[in-house]
Design a protein around this ligand. Structure first.
Ligand code: ZN
Length: 321
């Protein structure tokens, strides 16, 4: 069985890994800075070089590799193999033929997938989603990405755009999201949104450990610091996670009645808060879902960490070849 390369195009670094897609094992991986400011052509050349260098450094040959999968942070048109909008990379990459260019530069079949759909595929095949035919992933960090598996298939929708669970509208009068809509889940429950709730508590003069731990330096207030305060028993910090978890629970409730997933997987850096976030999500689901057996929906943490994306997108490339 040939091995596949999973490549993760990040705003800061790009990483490529040789993956055994039968076991979900990362055999070898390397990474380099993306240097996105140099423009998409330079980045694509660097990515192709990275993949070829990976094969060499793993003592393998091109003929041992079945193809390359690339996880991309943004909107794609999978039918055309193009990037549509990458909000975290300079220039936004409108209509860049990423798939054809990497194939041309490496001589290997190439497939694209949104980065969180790649994580979804990885967790489904080899992580927290093993053994179920329907699930939803919320990846909570600077933004909120998502992905859906329905009836044993990664659900893609038009051009691969389906599964953007961070842009479910939670409050149609709410704060403006990076996407331009008002009150998206991402605008009220992402890492920066949680940090903003902590900042507000401090500026309102509330008595909270968040102020002590950050030494009243507003720049140091992050979702991680608020989780620390909550674990130390701070009620305000607990309430902040309770509120973020409530919003996530409302989004998850809408997914439950729409999709009937067996599992809801919470990943991304903010998920390190663990039960601070999972408990209010579970509570909200019990309180708001009445028309399906919500007690059967498991709410769990992701398992594959940083490898989920490269494993998932390598499996995706294998499926396309
Ligand atoms: Zn949005």
């Amino acid at each position: 069985m040939k091995k596949y390369i999973g490549c993760d195009l990040g705003g800061t670094n790009m990483r490529a890994a040789i993956v055994d897609v039968e076991t979900g094992t990362v055999l070898h991986h390397i990474s380099v800075p993306t240097r996105a400011r140099e423009g998409h052509e330079a980045v694509m050349k660097r990515m192709a070089d990275l993949c070829l260098q990976l094969i060499q450094s793993a003592d393998m040959q091109k003929k041992d590799i079945g193809g390359i999968g690339i996880g991309v942070p943004g909107a794609l048109d999978l039918e055309k193999g193009e990037t549509v909008f990458l909000p975290n990379l300079p220039g936004n990459w409108p209509h860049v033929p990423l798939q054809a260019r990497i194939k041309e530069l490496t001589g290997l079949p190439t497939a694209l997938l949104n980065d969180v759909r790649a994580i979804t595929n990885g967790e489904w095949r080899f992580g927290a989603g093993r053994g179920v035919d329907s699930l939803a992933v919320f990846a909570i960090g600077t933004g909120i990405g998502g992905g859906l598996v329905m009836n044993g298939h990664l659900h893609l929708g038009i051009g691969g755009t389906a599964g953007e669970l961070g842009h479910i509208t939670i409050d149609y009068n709410g704060p403006v999201c990076g996407c331009g809509n008002q009150g998206c889940l991402e605008a009220v429950a992402s890492g920066p949104a949680i940090a903003a709730m902590g900042l507000k508590a401090i500026t309102q003069g509330l008595s909270t450990r968040i102020a002590e731990i950050s030494e009243n330096d507003l720049n140091r207030v992050t979702a991680k610091l608020i989780a620390q305060a909550a674990r130390e028993g701070d009620e305000i910090a607990r309430d902040i996670y309770g509120r973020a978890g409530f919003y996530l629970g409302i989004a998850a409730a809408n997914i439950c009645v729409t999709v009937g997933p067996r599992r809801i997987i919470i990943g991304g850096g903010v998920s390190r808060a663990g039960d601070l976030l999972l408990e209010p999500i579970r509570r909200t689901l019990r309180e708001h879902v009445t028309v399906m057996p919500v007690e059967q929906v498991e709410v769990v943490l992701s398992q594959l960490g940083d490898n989920a994306g490269v494993i998932g997108v390598a499996c995706w490339a294998a499926l396309q070849s």
